[in-house]
Design a protein around this ligand. Structure first.
Ligand code: TRP
Length: 329
């Protein structure tokens, strides 16, 4: 039996090349080697206020982009988290046995609640819901970026605590990543990871940006005070541009050095632009085809939910049994 991989992305902001090169593209590469579930986590998105109309639109847009980027809905399962009610159900049962201190220690919670007058309690529970996403399907491997590692550790702690209190129930998810993706930094500030929530129009390149928009952002990207590419002394902005180029073209390190050493930044940026435009063109084309037929996407999401619901039901039934909560026979 194939090991199960599960991962999730929030339907907030616009998916950018950092999400694609760091996560989505790797999912596409590994999807056939695993029993893969890719989750659009709308219940996580609402831990901060979302405009309802925008959220609704972003959920289907994200589903369309998954498929346009190469997720094959015949062999992988794409679900919207809220369409399988057991995510919420299991999250509550896990909440009841998770010590408050474990959640208050989470660095993402601490940074998200800094300088806020009103702290919504969903933000504190966020990692318990994420643990429920993972444990509900007894996932073996959860590929995530570094910023989510602490949440995976917490999911393991919760699983362990449950198993020792109520008996062996949950598979331990592994933090081992099947593949490490490229880490793309902000074009305007190459010391920060490219982020969906960052302000500023020059920060990220969206997967659905037009070539003209991409050009404007790449041409304005931060470099360093050298006049041209110098592999010995280059700053993080130049490293980032070269990384983006290499990720889209799969050039070898030697090819990169030979071609770019001594090249002026204007020419470096033109090359990066060409690589990004060429890399995203097929995705944008497929996206346009997919969204031209809304019934198709609805079908994919309905089928996904139907495929995994029996697994989710089996787990929650077992958890109810273990905890002594009533199960209808
Ligand atoms: N919290 C994750 C993020 O923001 C998204 C997520 C939710 C997730 N549930 C998950 C990732 C389960 C992996 C597995 O990136």
């Amino acid at each position: 039996m194939k090991a199960r991989v599960l991962s999730g992305i929030q339907p907030t902001g616009h998916l950018h090349i950092g999400n694609y090169l760091g996560a989505l593209r790797n999912w596409v590469k590994i999807q056939h080697d695993y029993d893969s579930i890719f989750c659009i986590v709308d219940l996580h998105a609402i831990t901060v206020y979302q405009d309802p109309a925008a959220l609704k639109q972003q959920i289907t847009q994200l589903a369309g982009l998954f498929i346009a980027a190469g997720i094959d809905p015949k062999s992988s399962t794409v679900i919207v988290q809220s369409s399988v009610a057991q995510h919420s159900e299991l999250a509550w049962m896990l909440t009841c046995m998770t010590p408050l201190g474990w959640l208050e220690r989470m660095t993402q919670y601490k940074s998200k609640t800094e300088n806020q007058d009103t702290i919504l309690s969903g933000l504190l529970q966020y990692p318990v819901l994420m643990a429920a996403d993972i444990l509900l399907y007894q996932a073996n491997i959860v590929p995530v970026g570094d910023d989510q590692r602490q949440h995976i550790e917490l999911a393991r702690d919760i699983a362990q605590r449950f198993n020792s209190l109520y008996g062996e129930t949950f598979t331990m998810p592994e933090t081992r990543l099947p593949m490490v993706g490229a880490r793309v930094m902000g074009l305007d500030d190459p010391t920060k990871k490219m982020s969906k929530s960052a302000a500023g129009t020059g920060h990220s390149i969206g997967l659905l940006d037009t070539p003209a928009e991409m050009k404007k952002k790449i041409m304005r990207a931060t470099t360093d005070s050298n006049p041209a590419v110098d592999f010995e002394t280059m700053g993080p902005g130049v490293v980032n541009l070269l990384n983006i180029f290499q990720a889209f073209t799969d050039w070898s390190d030697d090819q990169m050095k030979n071609h770019f050493s001594g090249l002026r930044y204007g020419d470096l940026k033109k090359a990066v632009l060409e690589a990004v435009v060429a890399g995203l063109e097929p995705i944008q084309k497929r996206y346009a085809e997919i969204t031209a037929d809304p019934a198709y996407l609805n079908g994919v999401l309905r089928e996904g939910a139907e495929r995994v619901r029996p697994i989710a039901e089996k787990t929650t039934r077992l958890v109810r049994e273990r905890m002594g909560i009533y199960n209808i026979d």
